[in-house]
Write a protein that binds this ligand. Structure first.
Ligand code: ADP
Ligand code: MG
Ligand code: ZN
Length: 715
């Protein structure tokens, strides 16, 4: 295991194994067959790659997707590991060469498509090389119960039997249903495999269900607020993907499009636009995503509700493989349920129990969109795992949601539906509430209804959105015939009786991660280096590494090597480019640049680096108390004013007694207070937006801190 840990550090640049990795690796190395169930992004690849590097013989990795294989091999090669792949994209001569090289010991990791196993060239490898280990990635593909069934996976066992050396067989999947689990063991015929199953929770993902929002508007806002982040928008039909795609393109977004109606070449181009960060968002049907390993997908928007929770969790799970905070937002509308029903009705398969099974799952998905308890808990319970009642991050437990009491407006709409005898649809009801003056209204004498014009001040489309929200929340119901009419549910009736309140949860589209100047620069550098290397940017360094660089500001080799994800080979290739940018940034911002104090020092731990900035902060604070002005401290210490301000704030937060009014130039306090009144204090940037330009973040922070102190009850 020592060796395994050393490889993790040296090649991958990771400090320690994640949950499970160590156990799995140990077992594989000891020769035990393993079935490993680990959530997406859990780090399965490392579990078979590291044993592959340690075993004396070759590790064959069976992987279903060509794009996935290429990605993995490219990123292994970039780490300095020699690996190769064998699939239908490789020419016959090149194949011959790769097989020869493998036989001559050039490669320890060989990726192969299941369709290629039963070929003379593979048999050549099997007979002439020692094969120590077979790893089967995405192993749920052997199961007809999963949705990614691949018939070639059924031949894996026959292939393994032909291998004279009796290799260890490991299988990996993120699908945990018992059926699939049994199928894998049965089909691959592993020898008493050790089964490892790890928590299904993806704690860095935030789940939201938003009902009855204006989807187009939301998507436009959201994508533009997050234009430097990668995201996927899933729609239920090809037509819908094209609509959303057009909408985004028209507004100047950098979007790509993916559905099964495109040619293979078009799909490849679109997918690459996304993988290589040329397009930040891809609008797709569920045909997209399997085998996409892009680790920095920051959001998944479901423009329509998926058919079942399994599909939802899998699609949502494509966000945040790198472990960084990411958002999964489902935009629910009642029509989505109808579309899903229709799609099931169109299936060729007509076997009644099978269809009932699909309807049942659809029902559970719909139910998920309506619950008011923790979404994370609900999903995990669905997959048979426990979770506390409250996660603090989903749309039902997060305080980021704006809760709005709309009972009065809801009463207006509901009574209008009743007055119209529950015989009309959304369009007519909206016209009446708006107080429109058309023929139909006149004919039906709707203008004499007491509810006529009750929502005069609203736009028609706002009224329609509001009605669909009430439908989504179960206050109204829409019939499913050709001309859908609205009727009031029992829940709706209790609103009229003033027995229940109607509260709407809203999420304002916002930045998932706040913009950080240095991060943007590092990201731009990464993209340039990736272009030169012909690799997707996230394979150079994951976002997480860039974030750590922003936090720890490494400016020399040992410090850089302490960043998670920076291994030796990566450092040699890219380290100094990143150091240059960090240094330039620090000089501009007036930070002190740290260098190792003597060259024999082996490593400087992050703690030391962090502590020394803390020490520096305290030094500034003490000087400040003595000299009484920030300017004076800055001169004394030859630092930028902003740096000194940051120091003093840090000291204040640590409990130093400091008079914060120094941060607030005269006249600014009132302006800032007025802005706080409007924007609240949960985030700084909205306050800053309301203030004149010359007001600094630190001045705002000072006003908030002073306010917090005076708001505190005194005894
Ligand atoms: P999976 O195949 O289980 O979905 P991957 O193998 O693609 O997950 O790994 C997901 C991400 O986690 C990758 O960016 C990988 O480099 C990273 N990772 C894997 N192991 C570790 C570790 N021990 N420490 C930090 N990051 C890791
Ligand atoms: Mg994987
Ligand atoms: Zn929750």
């Amino acid at each position: 295991m020592e060796q395994a840990r050393a490889l993790l550090k040296k090649l991958y640049g990771y400090e320690r194994f994640r949950e499970g990795q160590e156990d799995v690796i140990r077992n594989i190395l000891e020769g035990n067959d393993c079935l490993v169930i680990m959530p997406t992004g859990g780090g399965k690849s490392v579990c078979y790659q590291i044993p592959g590097l340690i075993f004396e013989g070759i590790t064959l990795i069976i992987s279903p997707l060509i794009s996935l294989m290429k990605d993995q091999v490219d990123s292994l090669v970039d780490m300095g590991i020699s690996a190769t792949l064998i699939n239908s994209t490789v020419s016959a001569t090149e194949l011959r060469k790769r097989v020869e090289d493998t036989i001559n010991g050039k490669y320890k990791l060989v990726y192969v498509a299941p369709e290629r196993l039963d070929t003379p060239l593979m048999m050549d490898i099997v007979l002439k090389c020692k094969i120590s280990h077979i790893a089967i990635d995405e192993a749920h593909c052997v199961s007809q119960w999963g949705h990614d069934f691949r018939s070639a996976y059924l031949d894996i066992h026959a292939f393994i039997r032909k291998i004279p050396t009796k290799p260890v067989v490991s299988a990996f999947t993120a699908t945990a249903t018992p059926h699939v689990k049994e199928d894998i063991i049965l089909q691959i015929k592993q020898q008493n495999p050790k089964v490892f199953q790890y928590g299904y929770d993806r704690s860095n993902l935030q789940y939201f269900v938003l009902k009855g929002v204006n989807k187009k508007q939301f998507v436009l806002d959201y994508v533009s607020k997050n234009q430097s982040e990668s995201g996927i928008i899933y729609c239920s039909t090809r037509k819908e993907t094209e609509k959303v795609y057009e909408l985004l393109i028209k507004k100047g977004a950098n979007a790509a499009l993916y559905h099964a109606g495109l040619t293979i070449n078009q799909r490849k181009t679109q997918q690459e636009l996304f993988l290589y960060d040329h397009a930040n968002v891809i609008v797709a049907t569920n045909a997209f995503g399997m085998g996409i390993d892009k680790s920095n997908v920051r959001y998944i928007l479901h423009y329509n509700m998926p058919e079942n929770i399994e599909a939802y969790y899998q699609e949502a799970g494509r966000a945040g493989r790198d472990g960084e905070t990411s958002e999964c937002i489902l935009l629910f509308s009642p029509q989505d349920v109808q579309v899903r029903r229709y799609l099931i009705d169109q299936l060729e398969e007509k076997e009644p129990t099978y269809l009932a099974h699909r309807y049942d799952k659809l029902q559970q998905m719909t139910h998920y969109c309506h619950i008011t308890t923790c979404l994370r808990k609900h999903i995990l319970n669905y997959f048979g795992e426990d979770h506390p009642d409250y996660c603090g991050k989903c749309s039902n437990c997060s305080d980021e949601m704006i809760k709005e009491d709309v009972t009065i407006d809801a009463m207006k709409v509901i009574s209008c539906v009743l007055r119209m005898k529950e015989r009309f649809g959304t369009a007519s009801v909206s016209e009446v509430l708006k107080g429109s003056n058309n023929k139909k209204i006149k004919q039906n004498r709707f203008d004499r209804l007491s509810t006529y014009g009750l929502l005069k001040a609203w736009t028609l489309s706002d009224i329609k959105d509001f009605i669909s929200k009430l439908i989504a929340d179960g206050y109204l119901e829409q019939s499913t015939d050709e001309y859908p009419t609205l009727c009031v549910t029992n829940l709706g009736r209790s609103v009229i009786k003033q027995e229940v309140q109607v509260i709407h949860n809203q999420l304002i589209a916002r930045e998932i991660v706040p913009i950080d100047g240095l991060f943007e620069r590092l990201r731009a550098l990464r993209k340039r280096l990736a272009e030169e290397a012909g690799l997707p940017p996230y394979t150079i360094f994951p976002d997480k590494s860039l974030r750590e660089m922003c936090q720890f500001l490494p400016t020399y080799k040992t410090a850089m090597m302490n960043i998670n994800g920076v291994g030796e080979v990566k450092y040699e290739k890219y380290g100094e480019f990143f150091i240059d940018i960090i240094q330039a940034y620090m000089i501009e911002e007036g930070y002190e640049i740290q260098v190792p104090t003597h060259t024999t020092m082996p490593t400087i731990s992050k703690k030391v680096v962090k502590k020394s900035t803390e020490a520096s902060a305290i030094q500034s604070a003490e000087l400040f108390v003595k000299l009484g002005s920030i300017q004076a401290v800055a001169e004394e210490r030859a630092l930028k004013i902003r740096t000194v301000e940051d120091h003093i704030f840090k000291a204040y937060e640590e409990g130093y007694k400091i008079d914060l009014t120094t941060f607030i130039p005269s006249g600014h306090q009132e302006i800032i207070e007025a802005a706080i009144e409007k924007a609240g204090t949960s985030k700084l940037s909205p306050i800053k937006e309301l203030c004149p330009r010359d007001i600094t973040y630190n001045a705002i922070k000072a006003v908030i801190a002073i306010k917090a102190r005076s708001d505190r009850p005194t005894r």
